[in-house]
Structures are given as structure tokens and as C-alpha cells.
Ligand binder design. Structure first.
Ligand SMILES: Cc1cc2nc3c(=O)[nH]c(=O)nc-3n(C[C@H](O)[C@H](O)[C@H](O)COP(=O)(O)O)c2cc1C
Length: 161
């Protein structure tokens, strides 16, 4: 059974939906939280970030992340949040997953999206961290709307909280 001491919420957010969802999960669980921030952030302009994200996905870029998780070894459960970008993960998620040893960890993704649900994101994550157990992915439509709290409660319960 996961405990709050051994659980880390990790997320990347461009527009704030995933950040709000991650903070709601933090309040519900009391777990530690780490926001993936970039040394060179993407553009604030929607049309520009669409292009930048597509360019980075095609190049399989690994944008550099600011800072580090202090003690990754102490966590056995990672709740991993990101927006669906071009039907997969934003490349900063790939940078993050390649930066740590995930052997023996359980990773449960939560993916905010505009209707494309999880896309290919879960298979992309599984390929990047083959030594982890990737399970119970949650698709959230934009900010999750009025059912967010109940949806998160059900998902957390499924994950053993
Ligand atoms: C670069 C980019 C690409 C996107 N690609 C998709 C997509 O392929 N499918 C989809 O359903 N939504 C897509 N979206 C919409 C986002 O997944 C959605 O707005 C999400 O709530 C954003 O989360 P955030 O506010 O945490 O960044 C895309 C958004 C951006 C900025």
C-alpha cells in the first residue's frame, strides 16, 4: 500500500490545468510534489508552443530541466502528470524519466487533454522506463470540470490510497 512519505507527485504543465490537478492530488494525499520546469521554457503563445512541441517531438528532443528531485530513492510510487501534446508526452517528461532510476517503482500517469485522452503517452512512458510498473493511467478532460474531485478520489483508491 502506498504511503504519503513514499509517494511523489511529479508534473509538467504549460497552461495550468495539470498544475491545478497536481495540487488537488497533493491536498488529497499529502505527498511531496515536484514541478518540472525548463531551463528554456516554451513560448507563452499558444500557436508558437504548438510548433515548438511538434518540433521537439519529431526531434525526440530532451529539453533541460531546472533542479532535481532531492532524494528519488525514497519514493516507491510516482504520480506523473502532463498534458497530452500531439497525442503523446511533452518531451520534458522524457527528460525527467531518463534522469532517474525507476527500477521497482510504480508510476501512475494522469494526463490532461483536449479530447485525445491518453493518446500514445502511456506506451511512450513505458518504453522510457521499462524497469518500472506503469499502471492505472487517468485521462482528464482539460481541467477536469465539476467531477474532478470525485474522479481523483476514485483513481487514488484504485492506486491503493
Ligand atoms: C503543444 C500542445 C499540443 C497539444 N496536443 C493535444 C493533442 O494532441 N490532443 C489533445 O487532446 N489535446 C492536445 N492539447 C491540449 C492540451 O492537452 C490541454 O489543453 C491540456 O489541458 C493542457 O494542460 P496544461 O494546462 O497543464 O498545459 C495540446 C496542447 C498544446 C499546448
Amino acid at each position: 500500500k502506498p504511503t504519503k512519505e513514499k509517494t511523489l507527485i511529479v508534473f509538467y504543465s504549460w497552461g495550468g490545468n495539470t498544475r491545478d490537478i497536481a495540487r488537488t492530488i497533493q491536498k488529497k494525499t499529502g505527498a511531496d510534489i515536484f514541478e518540472i520546469e525548463l531551463v528554456k521554457p516554451y513560448s507563452d503563445d499558444y500557436n508558437t508552443v504548438l510548433k515548438e512541441a511538434q518540433r521537439d517531438q519529431r526531434a525526440q528532443a530532451r529539453p533541460e530541466i531546472k533542479g532535481k528531485v532531492a532524494d528519488m530513492a525514497k519514493y516507491d510510487t510516482i504520480l506523473l502528470g502532463y498534458p497530452n501534446w500531439w497525442a503523446s508526452i511533452p518531451m520534458p517528461i522524457a527528460t525527467f524519466l531518463e534522469s532517474y532510476d525507476f527500477a521497482g517503482k510504480t508510476v501512475s500517469p494522469f494526463c490532461s487533454n483536449g479530447g485525445g485522452r491518453l493518446g500514445q503517452s502511456v506506451s511512450a512512458i513505458t518504453k522510457l522506463i521499462p524497469a518500472a510498473v506503469v499502471q492505472n493511467p487517468l485521462s482528464i478532460y482539460y481541467d477536469g470540470g465539476s467531477s474532478l474531485s470525485a474522479d481523483l478520489d476514485a483513481w487514488l483508491k484504485k492506486n491503493g490510497f
